[in-house]
Design a protein around this ligand. Structure first.
Ligand code: FDA
Length: 503
């Protein structure tokens, strides 16, 4: 390393020495730095001037570049934050709350190959692929194969799979992470490992424990699942005077107990509430289920649309099944916005009078929306320790509080944030307790952030937020961290700390 260079310069010199082409490296002085930084960013709350930005962006195109980023980063005191789709709710893949933090973004957007082996019902997907790209590639290879993951097509594979990942097929097939059978990872020593060479503990940790604590996952081998050529979707809307509160109250016990090839979720942004369903079969059979289990919802044949599974992904993402499938390949996504979200797990139905009161929250001008995703089915039959994601049997549904807005400035920010936080506080008596749990992929820094002790993330402090996401799996995650990254190189505001030796 040339003398007189600062850490960032030394890092860059090291990368170039390791064969990373300079055109893949950007610093704040580079003309395209801001455009690259903003390219997949989804939350404008993390682009303000008081937020620490990366000292460099490494737009890796080969595994060796990612390995060099880790090795050079360790050597020169520049941490690495992997970014796949950039959808982290708290911006942790590209921003830091700590003004002293010196980190580089390792941008994986170029790792987006999806290779499908339909005969084996398997696929390899790069971390930088979007869910839409995975769905499109799978459907192009077969009409009866699918992959169970989230609804938003621009979400990145890397963050989504490493944090769990649920969507419309979860009641039949579980999480995206439940359907990962191998992965390629760069570890804290810059080695390239697969499932066999990383070992089962590390492979366990990256399927739901959040990838950012353990290494950089470059690609994932997926088990594809079977779907019929024709599936059925519907959306019915019910307002307060169409018994919306009563229907939501009943829905809480009914939806998690429906047959596993049917998901019925609810989204509420003021009136009317939307009841959205996907059934892995024809309309006639779906109507039989609805009549048997939830006649009050009043679903009729005219509500049904019989389409292919891939059209159903377009339907849930864009509210229409007739839009072109190629929309799934559009990586630009929605207009940039400010976002705040929180989540809960509901284990007992929330009483009707609470839902009636909730309308006054939903009708405020600054209101966001509530999304209720029912569990049960396959989600209830997987052991809570099979992966780090512990929210299995006993959880009726995930309740997400989601607010987004476009106006800049503190007034808008404070109003929206206090809406989300206020409603979350009001729901406390009715949701999971000891701890009050949440979903790591709906990242929420209000649950707690890390502190350092002797330059290592404090285990005691991290438990506060960690057990909310991972319950009893948190300690095992910390033990894996102590083995895989004892120096705590891969860290952020909510990374898993190494388990202290004395524990
Ligand atoms: P991003 O690149 O921001 O990464 C998120 C975190 O993972 C960061 O800490 C990052 O460092 C780390 N990371 C990313 N790639 C990595 C890699 N290759 N190796 C190691 N660490 C890595 N969830 C869900 O389950 N179902 C859903 O339907 C939706 N829908 C949805 C819609 C919208 C609009 C948003 C913004 C989010 C969702 N989510 C979701 C949540 C989503 O699953 C979550 O934000 C994911 O972490 C996003 O993954 P990205 O790769 O896009 O994020």
């Amino acid at each position: 390393v040339a003398s007189g260079l600062n850490a960032t310069d030394s890092f860059l010199v090291c990368l170039i020495g390791a064969g990373v082409p300079p055109r893949l490296l950007q610093t704040p002085a580079s003309p395209s730095y801001s455009a690259t930084l903003l390219s997949s960013l989804r939350n404008l709350r993390y682009v303000t001037s008081d937020i620490q930005r990366p000292v460099a962006i490494v737009a890796a195109t080969e595994p060796a570049h990612a390995q060099a980023a880790v090795r050079c980063g360790r050597r020169h005191g520049v941490r690495v934050r992997a970014r796949s789709g950039g959808h982290d709710y708290e911006g942790l893949s590209y921003a830091s709350l700590d003004p002293r933090e010196r980190f580089a973004v390792l941008d994986l957007a170029a790792f987006r190959d999806v290779r499908v082996d339909s005969a084996r019902a398997e696929a390899w997907a790069g971390s930088g692929a979007t869910l839409g790209e995975v769905y499109y590639a799978v459907a192009a290879a077969s009409r009866v194969l699918a992959f169970p993951a989230g609804i938003c097509p621009t979400v990145g594979v890397g963050g989504h799979l490493s944090g769990g990942g649920f969507g419309t097929l979860m009641r039949r097939y579980g999480l995206a992470a439940d359907n990962v059978i191998d992965a390629v990872l760069v570890d804290a020593d810059g080695r390239l490992l697969n499932r066999t060479t990383m070992g089962e503990d590390l492979f366990w940790a990256i399927r739901g424990g959040g990838g950012e604590s353990f290494g950089v996952i470059l690609s994932w081998k997926l088990r594809l699942v079977r779907v019929p050529e024709t599936v059925t979707v519907f959306t019915v809307r019910r307002s307060i005077n169409q018994s919306a509160s009563q229907l939501i109250t009943k829905w809480q016990a009914i939806a998690p107990a429906l047959p596993s090839d049917l998901i019925l979720r609810v989204a509420v942004r003021s009136q009317p509430a939307r009841f959205e369903a996907l059934f892995l079969g024809r309309c006639s059979r779906l109507l039989e289920h609805m009549r048997a289990h939830f006649p009050d919802l009043g679903v009729t044949q005219s509500d049904c649309e019989e389409i292919s599974w891939i059209q159903s992904t377009v339907y849930f993402a864009f509210y229409s099944s007739s839009k072109p499938l190629e929309l799934l390949l559009d990586r630009s996504g929605e207009t940039p916005r400010y976002v705040k979200a929180k989540s809960d797990y509901v284990q007992e139905p929330i009483p009707r009078h609470v839902w009636e009161r909730t309308w006054s929250w939903l009708e405020k001008p600054e209101a966001g929306l509530l999304i209720l995703d029912p569990y049960g089915g396959r989600m209830g039959s997987i052991s809570p320790s099979a992966t780090p994601f512990p929210h299995r049997k006993g959880n009726l549904y995930n309740l997400q509080y989601y607010s987004y807005w476009f106006e800049n400035g503190t007034a808008a920010l404070e109003k929206r944030m206090s809406w989300v936080r206020g409603l979350y506080e009001e729901m406390e008596p009715y949701v999971s307790k000891n701890p009050r749990t949440g979903y790591v992929n709906y990242r929420d820094l209000d649950l707690g952030t890390n502190e350092l002790e002797d330059n290592v993330t404090s285990y005691a402090r991290a438990r506060i937020w960690g057990e909310k996401y991972f319950k009893g799996n948190f300690e095992r995650l910390a033990a894996v961290k102590a083995m895989a990254d004892p120096d705590d190189f891969f860290r952020n505001e909510q990374s898993i700390p190494p388990l202290p030796a004395a524990k």
